[in-house]
Design a protein around this ligand. Structure first.
Ligand code: HEM
Length: 468
């Protein structure tokens, strides 16, 4: 299989870092040193899976258990013992001192959808992972490559926001704006940015750059792929009952086959394309002449470094709503002790860090439930993603931390800044925004994000065309 296919599917698969959910209780105040306290109530065979329901998200359930049993406890997910960590200190210890003993566990989705366990995200350590990680960071996610692709990201923002502008225009340009679902718009825009960078494709939204049949078909396959990685399967939790997954497994194989064909066709198209023209650059220069300052131009990625409040908003959002609330899924390869040797963690244990809980820990954050971006301009101004303080861990921990942190942050900063600069935004009613979250590996807002948008820049800034 082609390297481009592997790299692409690796990027896709991150959106679905499988997160098994479990529980265990370790009482830190326990007199029994070296014994991890396991949460009571585990059923034979299925363990704490019996407690799973759709009402409460798993990270919230784990958070409540941490309040009861302490910041480090053990749960049983099917046949696996899983250590749940809700303490920044213990997470830091595990992913620095003991990181060498941690690896990724095997997953059915990785085998069936990931070309027999060859996606970088899910494969265990070894020469193959090292090579993939090296190629990814130096060739795909390097600063210079990211810089090269900024025009494509800008072009996708052009398309998305022009579509929004058109909707307002077609409604007769109402002074009070037009109602849109920004959850869907942001999802489509980020998906298109990823697809554009990888394959030059735009599949989501109203302006696909290929025939709409292809866009619908491929968009559906990509959504299925992501959804499958979010499922908790018997095959992973209780291997003895793995046969019950046969329908899902059949679906996974079908999706894998479909996606394989799609990626193959991209690779073919790529091979036949002439990239020597430099037309993007010319176009960019043209656009830059139109965009002057403030309201006379749109936000560019180069503005982000000066947009400190936007940066603070993003940090505050990831603190309260990390996209992957239970991060750093790992298997312990060799025994080790934690918390000054007080707790013994045997090989075979699985490990999850509750980033959501750490983001709301009153010992780390004042008024933790309050959305207050200003904290990152004052009391927490030195706290950053990927920093050494382990307070903001939305991109993971240790050696397996997200290699695309800079790209991910660039995209979210750029999209948010550009959106807020391009439109006046209002709530359709005085009701608070519903922040209910979906359960699963990636934490989405359950309901649409309905807002009223009104363009605030000059018309030419929505209609200028970088899309050729
Ligand atoms: C805002 C966007 C993103 C967030 C919040 C995010 C978050 C994460 C998290 C929490 C992990 C697990 C880290 C761990 O196990 O400790 C991860 C791993 C990973 N991410 Fe990201 N990610 C984002 C964007 C991306 C993008 C755009 C790509 C690809 C272009 C990507 C590629 C990967 C890969 C390949 C891994 C696995 C690394 C390994 O196992 O060595 N991520 N990400």
């Amino acid at each position: 299989m082609d390297l481009i296919q592997l790299l692409f599917l690796t990027a896709l698969s991150i959106l679905s870092i499988p997160f098994l959910l479990i529980n265990s209780l370790l009482r830190p105040r326990s007199k029994k040193k070296h014994t991890v306290y396991t949460a009571p109530g585990a059923w034979p065979l299925i363990g704490h899976l019996a407690f799973y329901d759709d009402v409460k998200t798993t990270h919230v359930a784990f958070g409540e258990m941490a309040d009861k049993y302490g910041p480090v406890f053990m749960a049983k997910l099917g046949s696996h013992n899983v250590l749940i960590i809700s303490s920044q200190e213990v997470a830091k210890e595990c992913y620095t001192v003991h990181d060498k003993f941690l690896d990724r566990p095997g997953l059915t989705a990785s085998t069936l959808l990931g070309y027999n366990d060859t996606f970088m995200t899910f494969i265990p350590y070894g020469a193959y992972w090292r090579d993939m990680r090296k190629i990814t960071t130096s060739e795909v996610l390097s600063a210079s490559v990211m810089e090269t692709f900024k025009f494509r990201r800008a072009r996708e923002a052009d398309v998305a926001f022009r579509d929004l502008y058109k909707r307002w225009d077609q409604k007769g340009r109402p002074k009070n704006g037009v109602l849109v679902d920004m959850k869907r718009e942001f999802q489509y825009l980020t998906a298109n940015i990823s697809l554009m960078m990888v394959a030059g494709k735009r599949y989501f939204g109203e302006s696909p750059n290929c025939d709409t049949g292809e866009a619908t078909r491929c968009g559906k396959l990509i959504r299925e792929f992501i959804d499958y990685f979010g499922l908790l399967l018997f095959s992973d939790a209780i291997p003895a009952l793995g046969f019950m997954d046969w329908v899902i497994k059949r679906g996974m194989k079908r999706t894998a086959k479909g996606l394989d064909k799609v990626v193959e066709s991209w690779v073919e198209e790529h091979k036949n394309k002439d990239f020597g023209g430099g037309s993007e650059k010319d176009f960019m220069i043209l656009i830059m002449e139109i965009f002057k300052t403030d309201k006379e131009r749109v936000v560019e990625e180069s503005d982000i470094k000066d947009l400190v409040y936007i940066q603070a908003i993003i940090k505050e959002t990831f603190r309260l709503y990390p996209s992957v609330p239970l991060v750093a899924y790992r298997t312990v390869m060799e025994d080790f002790d934690i918390v000054n040797g007080n707790y013994h963690i045997p090989a075979g244990t699985q490990l999850l860090v509750n980033a959501w809980k750490i983001g709301r820990d009153p010992n780390l954050w004042s008024d933790p439930e309050k959305f207050e971006p200003e904290r990152f301009l004052t009391s927490n101004k030195d706290v950053d993603f990927g920093g050494q303080n382990y307070k903001l861990i939305a991109f993971g921990l240790g050696r397996r931390t997200c290699p695309a942190i800079h790209l991910g942050l660039r995209v979210v900063h750029y999209i948010l800044a550009r959106f807020l600069h391009s439109f006046d935004v209002a709530r359709p009613s005085s009701q608070e925004v519903d922040m209910t979250q979906t359960n699963g590996m990636v934490n989405l807002k359950t309901t649409p994000l309905e807002v009223i948008v009104t363009p605030r820049l000059h018309e030419t800034l929505y209609t200028a065309d970088r899309t050729a």
